[in-house]
Design a protein around this ligand. Structure first.
Ligand SMILES: [Mn+2]
Length: 233
């Protein structure tokens, strides 16, 4: 099965509980639509797991991109002091930053901005639309639009594309008042496969006390792992 998730934000434990819940195994694949890091306390642990798992496919979110931008700036000022640079980068993560190593930094730097599958596209925030509400292909979209654009989340934005667009970036509670995955179904489609949807908004506000949630591309079902206790902000 193919599962899609976004905006885990350092919540390693909750993410693992979600994998347990869906009985994630070697034959499955998880697609992660960015923002794996920051806010939670286990960003690096989560990165190490995801960037080394053969059946996890990840893209950059604005939080990873901000980290890389910082890294590139630091490298311009002190490129020879590798130990110093790594310590500097470690201090940028709240919680488990000391676990950061060069292998993780290099793998992060190699991540793409999008993933395109035969029936869906993963981006972090969205894709621009043409005047006719068609999707601008991800290879032609500006990276800032892919990473930051908040237009795509609006319920009235209904792209006419063959492929379903999966995205996160903004908690769905801002759209519907609940921490749940919003899957927008095509008219008169059954909904039991991802091709029956035109877009799927995946950010369940995990960093704000919400559950971790994922969508199964092969059944059209959403799964959630709730926290053992409810945090309120
Ligand atoms: Mn984001």
């Amino acid at each position: 099965m193919r599962y899609i998730i976004s905006d885990i934000h350092g919540e390693y434990g909750l993410f693992m509980r979600l994998l347990d819940k869906i009985k994630f195994s070697d034959g499955d694949t998880v697609f992660v639509c960015g923002d794996m890091v920051d806010k939670g306390t286990e960003s690096v642990r989560l990165l190490k797991f995801l960037l080394n798992a053969p059946n996890a496919r990840c893209i950059l979110g604005n939080h990873e991109y901000a980290f890389l931008t910082y890294y590139w700036a630091v490298m311009k000022t002190s490129p020879a002091d590798f130990d110093g640079v790594l310590r500097n980068l470690q201090s940028r993560f709240y919680g488990d930053g000391r676990l950061l190593d060069w292998d993780t930094v290099d793998k992060l730097e190699a991540l793409p901005f999008y993933i395109e599958e035969p029936d869906f596209i993963c981006v972090h925030a969205g894709l621009p639309l043409t005047a006719e509400c068609g999707l601008v292909p991800p290879e032609k979209a500006r990276t800032t639009a892919i990473l930051e654009d908040r237009t795509f989340m609006r319920p009235d934005v209904a792209p006419r594309g063959e492929k379903c667009v999966c995205f996160g970036h903004t908690p769905t509670r801002n759209v519907c008042g609940e921490d749940k995955i919003l899957a927008y179904k095509r008219e008169s489609a059954r909904g039991d496969t991802i091709g029956d949807y035109y877009k799927i908004h995946l950010d369940t506000a995990t960093c704000l006390g919400g559950p971790a949630g994922c969508f199964c591309a092969d059944t059209g079902r959403a799964y959630y792992a709730e926290r053992p206790f409810r945090l309120r902000y």
